[in-house]
Design a protein around this ligand. Structure first.
Ligand SMILES: O=P(O)(O)OC[C@H]1O[C@H](O[C@H]2O[C@H](CO)[C@@H](O)[C@H](O)[C@H]2O)[C@H](O)[C@@H](O)[C@@H]1O
Length: 275
């Protein structure tokens, strides 16, 4: 299988750099929509068939493999069976949590999260949120999902001003996603989380793949890291739900299936380079 070529010079440079020195690569992936196809029920989310085995192969060939997700780290590990990937680092809640080797490091959530937990059900009732709208309590944050509503985009648009007002009162921030709006603590995002990990692991090349608006800071971090001499390859895992990412990334693949194809050819190319 031939290796897809990035559409940018910077992406092509990064691909050459990672093939030349795989041990210097930190490869990081978003979870939902990237490693796992989007489904109606977040608890039913599962990795694309074979992709965790590919992460395992990759982990034996490159410096570092990581997952950077808006999910609690332990949830991503459980749903993804990520403990099967030797040495993987899972950064949860946009970087507020870190899971390595079965150990979870997480700070306590700020008090505003309890206020949101108390007020959110009443808010949905008062504002007439359509049937199918529901709350995912992630412990450190709460997310309002509308994928199951008859008109999911309209339901979300109607709720945004009300959620925004509550987030402000609770001293928290809104995080938009695919038919979801999360109220979460500020102070960290996937870009800062990725930059810190690249720095800590002294990676000289970084690959980040993501599908959603919450991944934008990580794509921006890849661009900024280039200015510090770290080659970067950003991969848009495309869906019809999020259009903007293809404009700021080096390589586009179609959904988790496309990412799996890319990983297969990347693993093949690294192995071929070694032999
Ligand atoms: O950072 P991620 O790993 O991409 O997590 C982002 C959000 O993913 C989940 O919601 C999304 O996936 C669900 C399951 O496929 C889908 O039903 C939902 O519509 C999507 O928005 C998760 O439930 C959220 O908490 C995460 O923030």
């Amino acid at each position: 299988m031939s290796l897809p070529q990035p559409s940018t010079d910077t992406g092509r440079t990064a691909l050459e750099a990672l093939l030349e020195k795989p041990s210097g690569l930190l490869a990081a992936f978003d979870f939902d929509g990237t490693l796992a196809p989007v489904v109606e029920d977040p608890e039913a989310s599962a990795p694309y068939p074979g992709i965790v085995e590919q992460l395992t192969d990759l982990a034996s060939l490159v410096g570092n493999v990581a997952v950077v997700t808006g999910r609690p780290a332990a949830t991503a590990v459980r749903l993804g069976g990520l403990e099967r990937v030797p040495g993987i680092t899972v950064l949860g809640h946009y970087g507020a949590e870190r899971w390595v080797d079965g150990r979870l490091l997480a700070a306590d959530p700020p008090p505003g999260v309890s206020l949101v937990r108390q007020e959110l059900p009443g808010l949905l009732e008062r504002t007439g949120a359509p049937e199918g709208t529901w709350i995912e309590d992630k412990g450190r944050s709460l997310a309002v999902h509308t994928r199951r509503a008859a008109e999911p985009e309209a339901a979300l648009a109607m709720l945004i001003p009300h959620l925004s007002e509550l987030a402000e009162r609770a001293d928290l921030q809104l995080e938009p996603g695919r038919l979801v709006m999360e109220i979460r603590p500020s102070g960290v995002d996937k870009g800062e989380a990725l930059t810190a990990l690249v720095t800590e692991r002294q990676a000289d090349t970084v690959l980040f793949a993501g599908d959603d608006l919450g991944d934008l800071p990580a794509f921006e971090a890849v661009a900024q890291l280039r200015e510090r001499g770290v080659s970067g390859l950003s991969v848009c895992v495309h869906s019809s739900e999020v259009a903007v990412l293809s404009e700021v990334t080096d390589l586009l693949v179609e959904g988790p299936a496309g990412l799996s194809e890319l990983l297969g050819s990347l693993i093949g190319a690294i192995r071929a380079q070694r032999s």
